[in-house]
Design a binder for this molecule. Structure first.
Ligand SMILES: *Cc1c(COP(=O)(O)O)cnc(C)c1O
Length: 412
C-alpha cells in the first residue's frame, strides 16, 4: 500500500493552553463547564496538555477509554479498517458489525443487536422498542416508562425526559409525554407507580451521573419479577456500567437476571463513537424492517475498534483484575478518608473501577485542585468526584494517583 502523506500541522507554532482556550471561548458553544486545559496526547492512563504537562487520567472520557488511550490492539484494528473500508450504508451488510453483534450477543445473553453512535441513541432505541412492542401486543395504551430519581439517560428530548434530574429539564418544556420518576432502590414505590398505561421500567445498575449510587441488592431482581407479573419490559441502561466497568461484563449480571433489552455505548469503542441496543429475540422482532435506523450506526471503523475492545476485555482473568484493582483502590480511598479531617469525604462509593467520592463541598473546586496536582476526574452530581480509570491502569499508577489524591484532599 502506498504510504499516506504526512499530516500538515494546523498551526506553524504549537498552540498553548491559553491561546487555544481563548479561541474556544470565541467559537465553541458555551454549553459545557470545561476544565481549563487542552488535551493533546494520551497513552494508557496518561494524557498531556498543550503546555506539555502530564496528568494521570482517572476519568478516561467519562468511563469511555476503558483500555486506556491508544491501546495498541484497538489502534491496530481501527487502522486496518481505515485502510480497507470506512463506511457503508446499513442497506448493506458489513463484517465488523456482524462480528460485533455475534460477540455482544454471546457475552450479554441477548441475541439481537442494533448499532448506533451514542448512549442517548441507544436509549432512544430502548424507548422506541418498548412502545412498539406494546403496540404489537395489542396494548397501544401502554406507552409510559418508569425511570428513577437522579437517573441519567442522555440529552435528546426523550432521554433527557427519562432522566430523573429536574436541572436537565429546565427550559426545554414541554417535555415529551410518557415518563414517570420514582425513588431509586424503592421497589414498593415502583410497584405503586405501575399503571395500565405503563410499558416498561428503565434502570441503571449503578447511577453513574447521579453520584455513583448503587441499587440495593435484590432491586434489579425485584424489578424483573414485577415486570414479569405486570407484562412490562425491563430495560437496563448499561452505558456506564457495561463492558466490564464494575468487574463483571454487565451490571445486571450481578443479580442473575436477564433484561428484555439493554443499552451500551461509552467503553464499547474505547473512545470511537458507537452505541448498541441488545434485546431478546421476541421483543426485537417488533423493530421490523424500516421501523428504526441510523446512518452512521455500526460504522465500520468504530465497530472494528469495538471488536478489538471486546477481544481484550474477554480474555481469561481480565475482569478479575478489574475487580481486584477496584476493590484495592476503594479500600485505599477509604483509608485516606479515615486520615482526613472528619466529614471531608462524606462517603466513598463504587464497584469495580467506577468510584465516587462524595465530598463536603462542590465537586468542581475539588476537581480543580486535583487537576493542579496532576489527577483528572469529573463530577457526578453536585458534590461527588468520580473516577473511572482505564481497566489497564497499573498498581503503580493507582499508587501515584492515591498519593496525589491524599495530598490534595488534605490541603483543601
Ligand atoms: C453517558 C450516559 C448516557 C448518555 O450517553 P451519550 O453517549 O452522552 O449520549 C446515558 N446513560 C448513562 C447511564 C450514561 O452514563
Amino acid at each position: 500500500m502506498t504510504p499516506l502523506p504526512q499530516p500538515v500541522p494546523a498551526t506553524a507554532t504549537p498552540a498553548s493552553n491559553d491561546t487555544l482556550i481563548q479561541k474556544a471561548k470565541s467559537h465553541l458553544l458555551q454549553n459545557y463547564k470545561q476544565q481549563p486545559i487542552v488535551l493533546v496526547k494520551g497513552r494508557g492512563t496518561r494524557v498531556w496538555d498543550a503546555d506539555g504537562r502530564e496528568y494521570l487520567d482517572l476519568i478516561g472520557g467519562v468511563a469511555t477509554c476503558a483500555l486506556g488511550h491508544c491501546h495498541p490492539e484497538v489502534v491496530a484494528a481501527a487502522h486496518a479498517q481505515l485502510d480497507s473500508l470506512w463506511h457503508v450504508s446499513n442497506a448493506f451488510y458489513s463484517q465488523p458489525q456482524i462480528d460485533l453483534a455475534a460477540k455482544l450477543s454471546e457475552w450479554s445473553g441477548l441475541p439481537r443487536a442494533f448499532f448506533c453512535n451514542s448512549g442517548a441513541e441507544a436509549n432512544e432505541a430502548l424507548l422506541k422498542l418498548a412502545r412498539k412492542v406494546m403496540k404489537d401486543r395489542g396494548m397501544p395504551e401502554r406507552f409510559e416508562v418508569i425511570t428513577f430519581e437522579r437517573s441519567f439517560h442522555g440529552r435528546t428530548l426523550a432521554t433527557v425526559t427519562a432522566t430523573g434530574q429536574p436541572k436537565y429539564h429546565a427550559g426545554f418544556e414541554p417535555l415529551p409525554a410518557g415518563f414517570q420518576h420514582v425513588p431509586y432502590g424503592d421497589l414498593d414505590a415502583v410497584r405503586a407507580a405501575v399503571k395500565p398505561t405503563t410499558a416498561a421500567i428503565l434502570v441503571e445498575p449503578i447511577q453513574g451521573e447521579g453520584g455513583v449510587r448503587q441499587a440495593p441488592p435484590g432491586f434489579l431482581k425485584g424489578l424483573r419479577t414485577l415486570c414479569d407479573e405486570k407484562g412490562l419490559l425491563l430495560l437496563v441502561d448499561e452505558i456506564q456500567t457495561g463492558m466490564g466497568r464494575t468487574g463483571i461484563p454487565f451490571g445486571f449480571m450481578r443479580e442473575g437476571i436477564l433484561p428484555d433489552a439493554i443499552s451500551m455505548a461509552k467503553a464499547l469503542g474505547n473512545g470511537l463513537p458507537i452505541g448498541a441496543m441488545l434485546c431478546r429475540d421476541e421483543v426485537g422482532a417488533s423493530l421490523s424492517p424500516g421501523s428504526h435506523g441510523s446512518t452512521f450506526g455500526g460504522n465500520l471503523v468504530a465497530a472494528a475498534a469495538a471488536n478489538a475492545v471486546l477481544d481484550v476485555i474477554r480474555r481469561p482473568g481480565f475482569l478479575e483484575e478489574v475487580t481486584a484493582k477496584g476493590a484495592w483502590f476503594l479500600g485505599r480511598l477509604r483509608e485516606i478518608q479515615g486520615r482526613l479531617p472528619a466529614g471531608r469525604v462524606v462517603e466513598v462509593r463504587g464497584q469495580g473501577l467506577l468510584v465516587g467520592l462524595e465530598m463536603d463541598r462542590d465537586a468542581p473546586q475539588v476537581l480543580a485542585k486535583l487537576r493542579e496536582g496532576g489527577v483528572l476526574g469529573n463530577a457526578a452530581g453536585d458534590r461527588t468526584v468520580r473516577f473511572a480509570p482505564p481497566f489497564t491502569i497499573t498498581r503503580e499508577e493507582l499508587d501515584q494517583s492515591l498519593a496525589i489524591i491524599e495530598r490534595v484532599l488534605a490541603a483543601l
